[in-house]
Write a new protein. Sequence first.
Length: 121
Amino acid sequence: MPTVDQIIKALALIESNANWAAWGDGGRAMGRWQVHPDRLWFEARRFDLEPKLGETWDSFVARVLQAIVHVAMQTQLPLNIAMYWHLGHWTYPDKPDWDSKYAARFVAALARVEEGGDDNG
């Protein structure tokens, strides 16, 4: 079973190639994990997290993701957690909204991270 940090690193790889300065979704998604501010705020509130004074966007997103992944790993597979991050809701391979291409990219990225091939912070 991969660690929380390995899952988070794999997500950064597939979302932005681990580029902390990346922008996407027409300027709505930013950072390594390509998260929208409203989504981050929603997730942070679930775990009673707030940004620290002077904290970077990247660091705050990492803390929120650590909380999400840590809790989700108790009941979900890493691939399901990745799909939750990607879509914003839980889904499974037999559901029509499952993104097979994203799933395949995550599996490949996670394998690279587990082998030590990518250290993206």
